[in-house]
Design a protein around this ligand. Structure first.
Ligand SMILES: Cc1cc2nc3c(=O)[nH]c(=O)nc-3n(C[C@H](O)[C@H](O)[C@H](O)COP(=O)(O)OP(=O)(O)OC[C@H]3O[C@@H](n4cnc5c(N)ncnc54)[C@H](O)[C@@H]3O)c2cc1C
Length: 503
């Protein structure tokens, strides 16, 4: 039968969530279109904090080094007092990297730079964003979606298997699906602006009138650029002047620093803070990711990170289902990611309250390294295991020595769109290589030599035990030497069937 689909997936919206999903689908060889209603890239810095867990994902997607090189770390927070003096503190509660957690420091990089790097990565896979194309309408049946897309040549109708709404907080897809976006406005409105400014040093994040919602102003040098980002609460009602003169006036009024001059404005926005969560992330063949599914205040720098991780959770599942895995695998997307967003809504709202009292402090809870999916339906049949690490937990990194003598890391084995099976000691009978699964044996005479004991420390595997790591870096399951049939059934259900002919 001729394939009458324009593509398997239509991704609506090329922000951080849509781009992440596109890269993940591209490296899995899934056909998709990525449409964006704007005529060109989004120019704002807004989501500027990249948390440690997102750095791990960026490593897997092949963009971490570019992101680090283009960005930087957060400068010390300089709080000015009424008498003109100031005190400095580190805004980030960091800790040294460990073998299990290689990244501990949130990075700062303007969102427009992160997205540019993502578009470049997408280009390496032969794909690009279709700017100037807007989703206008769609209908779905049990198996597919028909979408009407307007572009430079008018409106066209396309049929796809799945539609992903990565179309931001005001999501058209969410609205058209009739999905409730329950939550509240938080009684706070703020301005965010990227400006060229003189009169302040670039070695500190300048904060004036901390905790006073009528007078607070934060001015942060944007790493990797010559810009500063201004953030300030503004009155709930009324127009706010976002021009250079308007911003200049506000800074002068609130800080008394007459030598601070706003020279030009690259991008600026005034917005109401909301905390809202979609009731459902999936309706038939349509799914929601990123801000389309959840919005919350920027405190704690969680929005972009949560959006990237939604897409990263969805990508491998969508690809597996398109390649024949049962459709209910997609149900685990909402089941795993919605509770994470629910927790982020609470965290960012709490941090907003703390900020209002002048008590802003970001600790491990914003790093997103402790996110896991222990209650997910994907693990229910597997059962618990003795030991600390459980199915659904983030799979730790661990440096080890390769049989060739080279120093390497588990994250290098995990890198790519595949599942990984680490076998400690003897191979499980009958479990063989297959497309989409990489099998590695750990042992003193094997390919993975736990020279420094880091794998043992992190995974505590007994002889004969093996651990299956999902493509998104979470523990899929532990099995022991007696459970090869169970493991085989599990793999087949995930679309990882053996090749017919023996190797
Ligand atoms: C003022 C502000 C400050 C923020 N600060 C931070 C921060 O400090 N740290 C942090 O982590 N996060 C922050 N965020 C949040 C972060 O920017 C978002 O979480 C992130 O952009 C979400 O990415 P997304 O891809 O889901 O949505 P978006 O980035 O909103 O992208 C959605 C895209 O879909 C497109 N689109 C919409 N409708 C259609 C359609 N019908 N057809 C085609 N395209 C369409 C839009 O044009 C847009 O480009 C901030 C957000 C705001 C608004």
């Amino acid at each position: 039968m001729a394939n009458h689909f324009a593509a398997d997936v239509l991704i609506c919206g090329a922000g951080a969530a849509g781009l992440t999903l596109a890269i993940d689908l591209a490296r899995r060889g899934i056909s998709f279109r990525l449409i964006e209603k704007m005529e060109g890239p989004f120019p704002g810095s807004r989501g500027k904090g990249v948390q440690p867990r997102t750095q791990e994902i960026f490593e897997d997607l092949g963009i971490l080094d570019k992101v680090v090189a283009a960005g930087g770390v957060y400068p010390p927070l300089r709080q000015y007092h009424e008498n003109g003096s100031y005190s400095e503190k580190n805004p980030i509660e960091g800790a040294d990297p460990t073998p299990a957690e290689p990244y501990h420091i949130p990075l700062m990089i303007p969102q427009f730079v992160t997205e540019r790097i993502m578009r470049e990565r997408l280009c390496e896979f032969g794909h690009q964003v279709e700017f100037g194309f807007q989703l206008r309408k769609f209908e779905q049946n049990e198996h597919s979606v028909v979408a009407w897309i307007s572009g430079p040549d008018g409106e066209k109708k396309v049929r796809i298997r799945y539609l992903v709404g990565a179309d931001g907080g005001r999501s058209f897809v969410r609205g058209a699906l009739g999905v409730n976006f329950a939550g509240k406005t938080l009684g706070a409105r703020a301005v965010v602006a990227d400006v060229v400014l003189t009169g302040l040093s670039r070695n500190a994040w300048h904060q004036f009138n901390q905790g006073d919602m009528a007078k607070m102003v934060h001015i942060c040098p944007l790493a990797g650029t010559s810009l500063f980002q201004i953030q300030a609460p503004i009155p709930l009602e009324g127009d706010f002047d976002l021009s250079a003169d308007g911003l200049q006036g506000m800074i002068g009024e609130r800080t008394g620093c007459l030598n601070v001059q706003v020279r030009s404005v690259n991008w600026a926005s005034a917005y109401m803070m909301n905390a809202r969560l979609a009731d459902r992330y999936r309706v038939g063949c349509a799914l929601l990711v990123g801000d389309a599914a959840h919005i919350h205040p920027p405190t704690g720098g969680q929005g972009l990170n949560t959006s990237v991780q939604d897409a990263y959770n969805l990508g491998w599942k969508l690809a597996a289902v398109l390649k024949g895995a049962p459709g209910r695998l997609l149900d685990s997307y909402e089941e795993e990611r919605r509770p994470v967003a629910e927790a982020v809504l609470g965290l960012s709202s709490r941090l907003l309250d703390a900020q209002k009292k002048g008590e802003m402090r970001r600790g491990r809870e914003v790093h997103q390294l402790d996110i896991g999916y222990p209650g997910s339906l994907l693990f229910r049949e597997i059962g618990k295991r003795r030991g600390r690490l459980q199915p659904g937990d983030r799979a730790p990194d661990a440096p080890f020595k390769g049989a060739g003598g080279q120093r390497t890391r588990l994250f290098q084995l995990f890198q790519g769109p595949h599942w990984t099976l680490l076998v400690h000691g003897a191979m499980l009978e009958g479990v063989t290589s297959r497309p989409g699964l990489h099998i590695h044996r750990v042992g003193p005479e094997d390919e993975v030599i736990d020279q420094w004991g880091h794998i043992g420390d992190a995974y505590a595997m007994e002889a004969g035990e093996c651990v299956l790591v999902r493509p998104d870096g979470y523990i899929g399951a532990f099995f022991d030497a007696t459970q090869s049939t169970k493991l085989e059934r599990y793999l087949v259900r995930l679309g990882l069937a053996r090749l017919e002919a023996p190797l």
